[in-house]
Design a protein around this ligand. Structure first.
Ligand code: ADP
Ligand code: MG
Length: 280
C-alpha cells in the first residue's frame, strides 16, 4: 500500500492544509502567477538548480497537470507522472526522477513530473491534494520542495498556494499580468486568514520577470506593492527581479538550463541573486 493513501489529512469539510513545516525543517516554496506565460516553469527549474548548487536537496514538483512542461523544458521523457500517483497507481518514489546533468553534477535535483493533457488538478478533490502534500512532506532526503503551480486561481492552485511556507508570485510588467498577480495575492491572503492559526503567516514575495532593466522591475514591484498595502493591508516583499534575456528562450529551445548553458547571462545572475535572497 502506498504511503499517500494512508494519510488522514485533510478531513472532509476542512479544505485548508496545514501550513506547518515538517519536523525535519523541510521548506515548501510555491511558484505562482495569475497570468500564464510569465515564466514560472522556467524560473522554477532555474531556482531548483540554483538551490542545488548551494547545497540544498531539492524536489521540484510539476503541479501544472493540465499544461505540465518541466519535462519538456528539460528534454526529459519521464516514464511515470504525478497523475499516476493521484489515481493511486504509482507511489511517489516510483515517479520521481533525478535530473543530474553531467556538466553540472552539483546542480542535480529531483523532479516529480506532471503530465500534459492529463485531467487538470483543478478538477481534483482537494482532499487528495492534501494527502499528496502530506506524502511529499514525509519524503526523506529533501530540505526544499518547489511547487511549479499552474497559472490562475482555480481551487487546487489556491489550495497549494495557501499551504506552503513561501509563496513566490511571478509577474511581468504587463498590466494584465500585474492585475492577475494582484488577484492571486488577494485570494492567498483571504485563504490564509480563513485558517485558524494566524501565527503561521506565510512568507509571500514577488518576482518581477522579463523586465527591461532592474530599475523598471523595481518600479513595477512598487506599483503592485502599493496596491497590496492599500487594499490588502500588507505588501509582499520583493523576492527579486529577473531581466528579459534572449538566452532564456534559447536555452529552453535547447532543452537545457540557463545555469548550465549560460551561467553568466543576465537572467542567470538575477536568478543567483534571487536564490541567495531566498536562503537569507
Ligand atoms: N527572463 C526571461 N527572459 C526572456 N524570456 C523569458 C524569461 N522568462 C521567461 N521567458 C519566456 O517566457 C516563456 C514562458 O515561460 P514559462 O516558464 O513556460 O511560463 P509559465 O510557466 O509561467 O507559463 C518561455 O518560453 C521563455 O521563452
Ligand atoms: Mg508553466
Amino acid at each position: 500500500m502506498m504511503d499517500m493513501t494512508q494519510s488522514m489529512y485533510p478531513v472532509p469539510g476542512d479544505p485548508l492544509p496545514p501550513a506547518v513545516r515538517a519536523p525535519s525543517g523541510l521548506r515548501m516554496i510555491a511558484v505562482a502567477s495569475g497570468k500564464g506565460g510569465v515564466g514560472k516553469t522556467w524560473l522554477s527549474i532555474a531556482l531548483a538548480q540554483g538551490l542545488a548548487l548551494r547545497g540544498k536537496r531539492v524536489l521540484l514538483v510539476d503541479c501544472d497537470l493540465g499544461l505540465a512542461n518541466i519535462d519538456i523544458q528539460l528534454g526529459l521523457m519521464p516514464p511515470h507522472d504525478l497523475a499516476a500517483v493521484l489515481v493511486g497507481r504509482r507511489s511517489l518514489k516510483d515517479v520521481i526522477i533525478t535530473h543530474a546533468p553531467a556538466a553540472l553534477p552539483n546542480g542535480a535535483f529531483d523532479i516529480l513530473p506532471g503530465r500534459s493533457g492529463a485531467a487538470s488538478l483543478a478538477v481534483l478533490d482537494l482532499a487528495i491534494l492534501g494527502r499528496l502534500l502530506d506524502a511529499i512532506r514525509r519524503l526523506q532526503g529533501y530540505d526544499t520542495v518547489l511547487l511549479d503551480l499552474g497559472a490562475g486561481i482555480d481551487p487546487a492552485t489556491r489550495f497549494l498556494a495557501a499551504a506552503v511556507d513561501t509563496l513566490l508570485v511571478v509577474s511581468t510588467d504587463e498590466p494584465t499580468a500585474l492585475a492577475d498577480a494582484y488577484a492571486v495575492l488577494k485570494l492567498q491572503a483571504r485563504d490564509r486568514r480563513a485558517r485558524d492559526d494566524r501565527a503561521l503567516d506565510a512568507d509571500v514575495r514577488l518576482v518581477i520577470n522579463q523586465c527591461s532593466s532592474a530599475a523598471s522591475g523595481r518600479r513595477t514591484y512598487a506599483v503592485l506593492a502599493r496596491a497590496c498595502g492599500t487594499f490588502l493591508g500588507k505588501a509582499p516583499s520583493l523576492a527579486g527581479i529577473v531581466r528579459r534575456d534572449g538566452r532564456v528562450p534559447e536555452s529552453i529551445r535547447r532543452q537545457t538550463t540557463i545555469l548550465l548553458r549560460h551561467p553568466n547571462a543576465q537572467a542567470a545572475e538575477d536568478v543567483g541573486r534571487l536564490v541567495d535572497a531566498l536562503l537569507r
